[in-house]
Design a protein. Structure first.
Length: 270
């Protein structure tokens, strides 16, 4: 962990607004080779809540993946030291597989506004458009749904279909709407997912030296094409609540959305 590269405040704000953070080609090629072979054979299940050392022995592929400096730094910045391993899964899409996952979130309804789990998604090979990849809807993670409530939606404006180089790792907020696309290529597609639970309060766990950077507020103010104007404001409101929790700053706001609805003066008029 000595080479851990913590996220910046701007990157954290991007995660809070988008519900994901993408790290392109951070896993070295030689480890990607090991990754494909490991995923082909399968990764044994682990007990819910296991620590990383208990779940993944030294020199095992998952442990080596989590020790990549950019990966370990992002994980520590998002959920802190010694997170619990919720579960993991190996997703393999065979060539010309004519079926896709419905759009979904990965848990029953979760109403936490001051904490979140993260899902690491690792892609050991180049993912092209015809290979399908993972579809996600940026900014959907704070819109409360129950698992596959969104499964009837086929396409949403502004959705993202992952195309990435080998060795890419994406971190997702547990509530982000997503689904694996069908594989229309001639290549087998591999993806490895691990869900992590925080074991400490998620308070200023990243490099906060740029907390006052104007780009922080700009990231948190991002709007997405699928938002209607009024409901988009609700997403901004929920982001402010989450950012206040993450920074410990109860005065932070964007355009006074939270300030005006939490205004309960105690002073009595004469």
């Amino acid at each position: 962990m000595t080479n851990t590269k913590l996220l910046s405040s701007v990157q954290m704000a991007h995660f809070v607004s988008h519900g994901s953070l993408r790290l392109d080609a951070v896993v070295p090629p030689e480890l990607n080779v090991v990754g494909i072979e490991t995923l082909r054979k399968g990764v044994p299940d682990v007990a819910y809540g296991s620590t990383v050392p208990d779940a993944y022995p030294e020199e095992s592929f998952p442990r080596l993946l989590l020790e990549v400096p950019e990966v370990s730094g992002a994980l520590r910045s998002l959920v802190g030291p010694e997170p619990g391993v919720d579960h993991h899964a190996v997703h393999i899409r065979e060539p010309r597989q004519g079926q896709a996952q419905p759009l979904h979130g990965d848990a029953i309804i979760d109403v936490r506004t001051d904490a979140f789990d993260v899902q690491l998604m690792y892609y050991p090979q180049d993912v092209t458009l015809d290979m399908g990849g993972t579809l996600s809807v940026p900014g959907s993670h704070l819109r409360r749904t129950n698992e596959s409530d969104t499964g009837r939606y086929q396409n949403l404006r502004g959705q993202s279909r992952l195309v990435c180089p080998a060795g890419t790792v994406v971190f997702l907020h547990h509530g982000l709407w997503h689904g694996g696309r069908r594989n229309d290529s001639d290549a087998v597609r591999y993806m490895f997912k691990i869900r992590f639970n925080p074991t400490v309060r998620q308070l200023r766990l990243w490099d906060t030296s740029d907390l006052g950077d104007p780009r922080v507020a700009a990231e948190l103010s991002t709007m997405f094409p699928w938002y209607e104007q009024a409901t988009g404001r609700l997403e901004i409101y929920n982001r402010v609540l989450l950012w206040r929790s993450l920074t410990g700053d109860d005065t932070f706001d964007l355009d006074h959305w939270v300030s005006r609805v939490s205004n309960r003066p105690e002073r009595q008029a004469a």
